[in-house]
Write a protein that binds this ligand. Structure first.
Ligand code: UD1
Length: 339
């Protein structure tokens, strides 16, 4: 397996995965419509990896003719499908856009893969498929409650589509569904990182932008949850650790056929929102102006991962700490400000 189509390859997790793929000798082909990313990231990817060219198709992957064109022009061995809308809060005000974008892009891709006899797929799923869990850590076998947002439902539907398709006896699908917990941080070089267009929806870019003076104040959504400090617990994982797991998944798929497996990708521990803010203040030596506000619709109280399956089967484990991730995110923010 060498030529890998990466949808959303200019995005946050996508761009970090491109670096890992190139460093491991894969040949990634990016398909991105830059709806939530910037073109200069492609140049950064080249300079980071010393590559003169990275193949890029600028197109929306919900449109089948766009995707078919890539399959016709390139010899593709496998696909990593990142391209999706991903904000829990925003998905309540844009449910149709979320379903159309996240679900259609997957079915279009699967059709194109089928027509071109491409079987290998790594799909970006999310811990959101577990819904409001009663117990953490959650393993892949944990009971899945209903997702609590339209975004969450798009990921659960996509997993259901992959399950249904893999049981079709004509399907040769060979796929991995990676359930990310909360990917944060940036490349240690400070050259690529999270690049929200407009006000960030996610916690860490909101923290770094507030610390940098670009936002007046961070609102912590809810201080009355049943946790030690009243704020939600999440499992924050460095984006480079997430990226590395994609390469491990491709290596694993290369030796198999007709598999469909899901893997949790997290750090294995729950950190509160307040702890993240305090840790950021410590590693950056900067104050974050924050207030405790109302709860955000769609948020669950606590979710963190049991990653034993990915550790064992994919032979993967995290390398970076919460402190590393926050430091790298801050370095990226400082570099952005200098531009
Ligand atoms: C959700 C998904 C996660 C997915 C991510 C993509 C769940 C349980 N998790 O993460 O799998 O990768 O979306 O976007 O559905 N917060 C604040 N103030 C802010 C922003 C966030 O207090 O300005 C709090 C949130 O209430 C939450 C935590 O920070 O408790 C993390 O929020 P966020 O970064 O948005 O990610 P999730 O919604 O947890």
């Amino acid at each position: 397996m060498k030529n890998i189509l990466v949808t959303g390859g200019a995005g946050f997790i996508g761009s970090h995965t491109i670096v890992e793929l190139l460093n491991k000798g894969y040949n990634p082909i990016i398909l991105d419509n830059f709806s939530n990313s910037e073109k200069f990231i492609i140049d950064r990817l080249k300079s980071l990896t010393g590559k003169k060219e990275i193949k890029l198709y600028e197109a929306d992957c919900t449109v089948k003719s766009n995707v078919l064109k890539v399959f016709e022009n390139e010899k593709i061995d496998g696909v990593i499908h990142f391209a999706a809308f991903k904000a829990v809060g925003e998905s309540f005000s844009k449910p149709l856009e979320y379903h159309k974008n996240n679900v259609n892009s997957l079915t279009v891709l699967l059709e194109c893969m089928k027509e071109h006899n491409v079987d290998n797929l790594v799909f970006s799923s999310s811990c959101t498929v577990y819904g409001d869990t009663e117990h953490s850590p959650v393993s892949e076998e944990s009971v899945k409650n209903k997702p609590t947002s339209p975004y969450g439902r798009t990921k659960a539907y996509c997993e259901a589509i992959l399950n249904d398709y893999s049981t079709d006896e004509k399907s040769k699908l060979n796929a991995v569904m990676l359930r990310y917990f909360n990917p944060i941080g940036a490349h240690p070089s400070g050259e690529i990182g999270e690049l929200p267009l407009g006000p960030p929806n996610n916690l860490v870019p909101y923290i770094t932008q507030t610390a940098a003076g670009l936002r007046e104040e961070l609102t912590i959504f809810g201080g009355d949850y049943k946790t030690d400090d009243g704020t939600c617990l999440r499992d924050y994982i460095h984006v480079v650790d997430v990226a590395v797991a994609h390469v491990a998944s491709l290596d694993w798929l290369a030796e198999r056929s007709n598999e469909l497996e899901s893997f949790n990708l997290g750090s294995g521990k729950g950190d509160s929102v307040l702890h993240v803010v305090k840790t950021f203040e410590k590693v950056s030596n900067t104050k974050v102006n924050y207030k405790i506000g109302e709860r955000r619709i769609g948020d669950v109280t606590t979710v963190y991962a049991d990653c034993a399956k990915a550790n064992k089967v994919l032979n993967w484990k995290t390398k970076f700490s919460l402190e590393d991730a926050l430091q790298h995110a801050w370095q990226w923010q400082l570099n952005l400000k200098k531009q």
